[in-house]
Design a protein around this ligand. Structure first.
Ligand code: BDR
Ligand code: CA
Length: 311
Protein backbone atom coordinates (compact mmCIF):
# COMPACT_ATOMS: atom_id res chain seq x y z
CA UNK A 1 0.00 0.00 0.00
CA UNK A 2 1.41 3.43 -0.89
CA UNK A 3 1.99 5.62 2.12
CA UNK A 4 -0.42 8.61 2.39
CA UNK A 5 1.55 11.86 2.61
CA UNK A 6 0.81 15.58 2.72
CA UNK A 7 3.72 17.63 1.42
CA UNK A 8 4.20 21.18 2.74
CA UNK A 9 6.68 23.25 0.74
CA UNK A 10 7.91 26.66 -0.48
CA UNK A 11 9.38 26.02 -3.97
CA UNK A 12 12.40 26.74 -4.27
CA UNK A 13 14.35 24.69 -6.82
CA UNK A 14 15.09 21.96 -4.27
CA UNK A 15 11.43 21.82 -3.24
CA UNK A 16 10.58 21.59 -6.95
CA UNK A 17 12.86 18.58 -7.42
CA UNK A 18 11.39 17.07 -4.25
CA UNK A 19 7.87 17.37 -5.72
CA UNK A 20 8.96 15.69 -8.96
CA UNK A 21 10.63 12.86 -7.03
CA UNK A 22 7.46 12.36 -4.95
CA UNK A 23 5.29 12.35 -8.08
CA UNK A 24 7.51 9.67 -9.64
CA UNK A 25 7.35 7.37 -6.64
CA UNK A 26 4.60 4.73 -6.39
CA UNK A 27 5.55 4.12 -2.74
CA UNK A 28 3.78 7.40 -1.92
CA UNK A 29 0.15 8.49 -2.17
CA UNK A 30 0.42 12.29 -2.33
CA UNK A 31 -2.91 13.43 -0.87
CA UNK A 32 -2.17 17.10 -1.37
CA UNK A 33 0.53 19.74 -1.49
CA UNK A 34 0.28 22.68 0.89
CA UNK A 35 2.34 25.78 0.27
CA UNK A 36 3.69 28.42 2.60
CA UNK A 37 5.61 31.69 2.45
CA UNK A 38 9.31 30.90 2.58
CA UNK A 39 11.95 31.08 -0.10
CA UNK A 40 9.68 33.54 -1.91
CA UNK A 41 6.24 34.96 -1.01
CA UNK A 42 3.18 32.70 -0.94
CA UNK A 43 1.73 33.78 -4.31
CA UNK A 44 4.93 32.48 -5.94
CA UNK A 45 5.38 29.29 -3.88
CA UNK A 46 1.82 28.12 -4.63
CA UNK A 47 2.24 28.89 -8.34
CA UNK A 48 5.60 27.10 -8.43
CA UNK A 49 4.12 24.00 -6.79
CA UNK A 50 1.33 23.96 -9.40
CA UNK A 51 3.90 24.32 -12.19
CA UNK A 52 5.79 21.28 -10.92
CA UNK A 53 2.72 19.07 -10.52
CA UNK A 54 1.61 20.00 -13.99
CA UNK A 55 5.09 19.23 -15.34
CA UNK A 56 4.95 15.84 -13.62
CA UNK A 57 1.54 15.12 -15.17
CA UNK A 58 -0.05 15.03 -11.72
CA UNK A 59 -2.88 17.54 -12.03
CA UNK A 60 -4.89 15.14 -9.85
CA UNK A 61 -2.97 16.32 -6.76
CA UNK A 62 -4.55 19.41 -5.14
CA UNK A 63 -2.33 22.38 -4.26
CA UNK A 64 -3.39 24.63 -1.38
CA UNK A 65 -2.08 28.01 -0.33
CA UNK A 66 -1.55 28.51 3.37
CA UNK A 67 0.07 31.06 5.65
CA UNK A 68 1.52 34.11 3.96
CA UNK A 69 3.67 35.03 6.96
CA UNK A 70 5.21 33.43 10.05
CA UNK A 71 3.20 33.08 13.27
CA UNK A 72 4.79 36.01 15.08
CA UNK A 73 7.64 37.46 13.05
CA UNK A 74 8.26 39.43 9.89
CA UNK A 75 8.82 37.18 6.85
CA UNK A 76 12.31 36.39 5.58
CA UNK A 77 12.92 35.16 2.03
CA UNK A 78 15.80 33.60 0.09
CA UNK A 79 15.87 35.16 -3.39
CA UNK A 80 19.66 35.31 -3.17
CA UNK A 81 19.69 31.51 -3.43
CA UNK A 82 16.58 30.77 -5.51
CA UNK A 83 16.18 33.88 -7.70
CA UNK A 84 13.21 36.27 -7.82
CA UNK A 85 10.77 33.56 -9.02
CA UNK A 86 11.91 30.94 -6.47
CA UNK A 87 12.62 28.51 -9.31
CA UNK A 88 14.89 30.56 -11.56
CA UNK A 89 16.27 28.34 -14.31
CA UNK A 90 12.75 27.15 -15.18
CA UNK A 91 10.68 28.95 -17.85
CA UNK A 92 7.81 30.37 -15.83
CA UNK A 93 4.27 30.48 -17.18
CA UNK A 94 0.86 30.54 -15.53
CA UNK A 95 -0.08 26.88 -14.88
CA UNK A 96 -3.42 25.55 -16.10
CA UNK A 97 -3.76 23.56 -12.86
CA UNK A 98 -5.90 25.77 -10.59
CA UNK A 99 -5.21 26.45 -6.94
CA UNK A 100 -7.46 24.33 -4.72
CA UNK A 101 -10.02 26.25 -2.67
CA UNK A 102 -9.51 26.61 1.06
CA UNK A 103 -6.61 27.23 3.42
CA UNK A 104 -3.71 24.76 3.63
CA UNK A 105 -4.12 24.39 7.41
CA UNK A 106 -7.79 23.48 6.95
CA UNK A 107 -6.85 20.86 4.36
CA UNK A 108 -4.37 19.33 6.81
CA UNK A 109 -6.95 19.37 9.62
CA UNK A 110 -9.75 17.89 7.51
CA UNK A 111 -7.56 15.21 5.95
CA UNK A 112 -6.28 14.13 9.36
CA UNK A 113 -9.75 14.26 10.89
CA UNK A 114 -11.03 11.81 8.28
CA UNK A 115 -8.06 9.45 8.69
CA UNK A 116 -7.40 6.55 11.04
CA UNK A 117 -5.00 7.00 13.95
CA UNK A 118 -1.39 7.18 12.77
CA UNK A 119 -2.38 7.11 9.10
CA UNK A 120 -0.92 10.33 7.71
CA UNK A 121 2.71 11.28 7.12
CA UNK A 122 3.54 14.98 6.90
CA UNK A 123 6.52 15.98 4.76
CA UNK A 124 7.41 19.64 5.37
CA UNK A 125 10.27 21.12 3.35
CA UNK A 126 9.56 24.78 4.08
CA UNK A 127 8.80 26.90 7.14
CA UNK A 128 6.47 25.08 9.54
CA UNK A 129 3.77 27.76 9.81
CA UNK A 130 0.96 25.74 8.17
CA UNK A 131 1.67 22.63 10.23
CA UNK A 132 1.88 24.56 13.51
CA UNK A 133 -1.34 26.41 12.65
CA UNK A 134 -3.14 23.11 12.01
CA UNK A 135 -1.82 21.54 15.24
CA UNK A 136 -2.77 24.61 17.26
CA UNK A 137 -6.26 24.95 15.79
CA UNK A 138 -7.03 21.24 16.13
CA UNK A 139 -4.65 19.49 18.56
CA UNK A 140 -6.59 16.21 18.14
CA UNK A 141 -5.06 15.74 14.68
CA UNK A 142 -1.70 14.88 16.27
CA UNK A 143 -2.84 11.28 16.88
CA UNK A 144 -3.59 10.91 13.16
CA UNK A 145 0.01 11.68 12.22
CA UNK A 146 2.24 8.66 11.76
CA UNK A 147 5.42 10.67 11.32
CA UNK A 148 6.63 14.14 10.47
CA UNK A 149 9.48 13.74 7.99
CA UNK A 150 10.96 17.19 7.51
CA UNK A 151 13.83 19.17 6.04
CA UNK A 152 14.98 21.72 8.57
CA UNK A 153 17.47 22.56 11.27
CA UNK A 154 21.20 22.61 11.78
CA UNK A 155 23.48 21.46 14.54
CA UNK A 156 26.83 19.86 13.78
CA UNK A 157 27.89 21.92 10.76
CA UNK A 158 26.46 25.37 11.50
CA UNK A 159 23.59 27.30 9.97
CA UNK A 160 22.99 28.88 6.60
CA UNK A 161 21.07 32.01 7.65
CA UNK A 162 22.76 32.69 10.99
CA UNK A 163 25.84 30.99 12.42
CA UNK A 164 23.58 28.41 14.07
CA UNK A 165 20.19 28.52 12.28
CA UNK A 166 18.87 26.95 9.10
CA UNK A 167 16.38 28.82 6.86
CA UNK A 168 13.19 26.78 7.38
CA UNK A 169 13.50 27.00 11.16
CA UNK A 170 14.66 30.61 11.44
CA UNK A 171 11.88 31.68 9.06
CA UNK A 172 9.37 30.69 11.76
CA UNK A 173 11.00 29.44 14.99
CA UNK A 174 7.77 29.61 16.99
CA UNK A 175 6.10 27.27 14.49
CA UNK A 176 9.10 24.93 14.51
CA UNK A 177 9.00 24.76 18.31
CA UNK A 178 5.33 23.71 18.17
CA UNK A 179 6.06 21.01 15.58
CA UNK A 180 9.13 19.54 17.31
CA UNK A 181 7.18 19.67 20.59
CA UNK A 182 3.97 18.04 19.34
CA UNK A 183 5.02 14.60 20.51
CA UNK A 184 4.72 12.79 17.18
CA UNK A 185 7.65 10.75 15.83
CA UNK A 186 9.75 13.07 13.69
CA UNK A 187 12.56 12.45 11.22
CA UNK A 188 14.68 15.55 10.62
CA UNK A 189 16.98 16.18 7.69
CA UNK A 190 18.96 19.25 8.72
CA UNK A 191 22.04 20.80 7.16
CA UNK A 192 24.19 18.22 9.01
CA UNK A 193 23.08 15.71 6.41
CA UNK A 194 21.80 17.72 3.43
CA UNK A 195 25.18 19.39 3.03
CA UNK A 196 26.54 15.96 2.09
CA UNK A 197 24.19 15.73 -0.91
CA UNK A 198 25.81 18.09 -3.41
CA UNK A 199 24.70 18.91 -6.97
CA UNK A 200 28.02 18.13 -8.67
CA UNK A 201 28.43 18.66 -12.46
CA UNK A 202 28.64 14.88 -13.06
CA UNK A 203 25.37 14.29 -11.18
CA UNK A 204 23.59 17.08 -13.05
CA UNK A 205 24.93 15.75 -16.34
CA UNK A 206 23.43 12.31 -15.67
CA UNK A 207 20.05 13.97 -15.05
CA UNK A 208 20.35 16.17 -18.16
CA UNK A 209 21.21 13.08 -20.24
CA UNK A 210 17.73 11.64 -19.58
CA UNK A 211 16.66 14.22 -22.19
CA UNK A 212 13.00 14.55 -21.25
CA UNK A 213 11.18 17.84 -20.49
CA UNK A 214 11.25 16.96 -16.77
CA UNK A 215 14.98 16.21 -16.81
CA UNK A 216 15.70 19.41 -18.74
CA UNK A 217 13.66 21.38 -16.22
CA UNK A 218 15.55 19.85 -13.29
CA UNK A 219 18.92 20.39 -14.94
CA UNK A 220 18.00 24.01 -15.70
CA UNK A 221 16.83 24.77 -12.17
CA UNK A 222 19.75 23.04 -10.48
CA UNK A 223 22.29 24.72 -12.75
CA UNK A 224 20.93 28.08 -11.59
CA UNK A 225 20.85 26.89 -7.96
CA UNK A 226 24.34 25.44 -8.26
CA UNK A 227 25.73 28.86 -9.11
CA UNK A 228 24.30 30.62 -6.06
CA UNK A 229 26.48 31.53 -3.09
CA UNK A 230 29.72 30.33 -4.72
CA UNK A 231 31.63 33.13 -2.97
CA UNK A 232 30.51 31.88 0.44
CA UNK A 233 30.66 28.11 0.11
CA UNK A 234 32.93 27.60 -2.88
CA UNK A 235 31.82 25.65 -5.91
CA UNK A 236 30.68 23.74 -7.68
CA UNK A 237 27.84 21.92 -5.94
CA UNK A 238 25.07 23.07 -3.60
CA UNK A 239 23.21 20.91 -1.05
CA UNK A 240 20.05 19.38 -2.52
CA UNK A 241 18.14 19.70 0.76
CA UNK A 242 14.48 19.02 0.14
CA UNK A 243 14.48 15.73 -1.79
CA UNK A 244 16.14 14.05 1.23
CA UNK A 245 12.93 13.35 3.24
CA UNK A 246 11.20 11.91 0.17
CA UNK A 247 14.26 9.81 -0.71
CA UNK A 248 14.27 8.41 2.83
CA UNK A 249 10.58 7.48 2.62
CA UNK A 250 11.36 5.52 -0.55
CA UNK A 251 14.74 4.10 0.45
CA UNK A 252 15.48 4.49 4.17
CA UNK A 253 18.93 2.88 3.98
CA UNK A 254 20.25 6.00 2.23
CA UNK A 255 20.52 7.75 5.61
CA UNK A 256 21.59 7.08 9.16
CA UNK A 257 20.87 9.12 12.26
CA UNK A 258 20.36 9.13 15.98
CA UNK A 259 17.18 9.11 18.07
CA UNK A 260 17.23 12.33 20.12
CA UNK A 261 15.26 15.19 21.62
CA UNK A 262 15.23 18.40 19.53
CA UNK A 263 14.01 21.77 20.80
CA UNK A 264 14.06 25.15 19.07
CA UNK A 265 15.48 28.42 20.42
CA UNK A 266 12.97 31.27 20.14
CA UNK A 267 14.18 33.81 22.67
CA UNK A 268 17.78 34.69 21.89
CA UNK A 269 19.12 37.42 19.65
CA UNK A 270 22.28 35.40 19.10
CA UNK A 271 20.93 31.88 18.54
CA UNK A 272 17.27 32.30 17.52
CA UNK A 273 16.06 29.46 15.30
CA UNK A 274 18.76 27.04 16.42
CA UNK A 275 17.66 23.42 16.61
CA UNK A 276 19.11 22.27 19.91
CA UNK A 277 19.86 18.58 19.43
CA UNK A 278 20.40 16.54 22.59
CA UNK A 279 22.85 14.10 20.99
CA UNK A 280 23.93 12.54 24.27
CA UNK A 281 20.56 12.43 26.05
CA UNK A 282 21.70 14.83 28.76
CA UNK A 283 18.29 16.51 29.21
CA UNK A 284 16.25 13.35 29.74
CA UNK A 285 13.59 14.85 27.47
CA UNK A 286 11.61 12.49 25.19
CA UNK A 287 13.56 11.32 22.13
CA UNK A 288 10.88 12.02 19.53
CA UNK A 289 13.23 12.82 16.65
CA UNK A 290 15.46 10.75 14.42
CA UNK A 291 18.15 13.34 13.65
CA UNK A 292 19.88 12.40 10.42
CA UNK A 293 23.68 12.58 10.33
CA UNK A 294 24.99 10.62 7.33
CA UNK A 295 23.80 10.33 3.74
CA UNK A 296 24.71 8.05 0.86
CA UNK A 297 24.88 10.89 -1.66
CA UNK A 298 25.68 8.71 -4.70
CA UNK A 299 22.79 6.43 -3.78
CA UNK A 300 20.42 9.37 -3.46
CA UNK A 301 21.37 10.79 -6.88
CA UNK A 302 21.06 7.32 -8.44
CA UNK A 303 17.52 7.05 -7.02
CA UNK A 304 16.63 10.57 -8.13
CA UNK A 305 17.94 10.01 -11.65
CA UNK A 306 16.13 6.68 -11.98
CA UNK A 307 12.82 8.16 -10.78
CA UNK A 308 13.02 11.36 -12.84
CA UNK A 309 13.44 9.16 -15.92
CA UNK A 310 9.97 7.73 -15.21
CA UNK A 311 8.23 11.09 -15.65
C1 BDR B 1 16.01 25.07 3.08
O1 BDR B 1 15.71 26.44 2.86
C2 BDR B 1 15.33 26.66 1.53
O2 BDR B 1 16.12 27.64 0.96
C3 BDR B 1 15.44 25.33 0.81
O3 BDR B 1 14.33 25.17 -0.06
C4 BDR B 1 15.43 24.31 1.91
O4 BDR B 1 14.12 23.89 2.23
C5 BDR B 1 17.49 24.89 3.27
O5 BDR B 1 17.94 25.66 4.35
CA1 CA C 1 12.22 24.44 0.89
Amino acid sequence: MPRPVIINCDPGQDDAVMLLLACASPELDVLGVTTVAGNVPLDLTQRNARLMLELAGRSDVPVYAGCDRPLERAPITAEAVHGMTGIDGYPIHEPALPLAEGHAADFIIETCRDAADGAITLVPTGPLTNIATALTQEPAIASKIEQIVLMGGAFGRGGNVSPVAEFNILADPEAAKIVFGCGRPTVAFGLDVTQQVLTTPARLERIRAISTPVAEAVAGMLTYYDNSNIERYGGPGRPLHDPCPIAWLIQPDLFTGRQVNVDVETGSELTDGMTVVDLWGVTGRPKHTLWMREADADGLYALLTERLALL
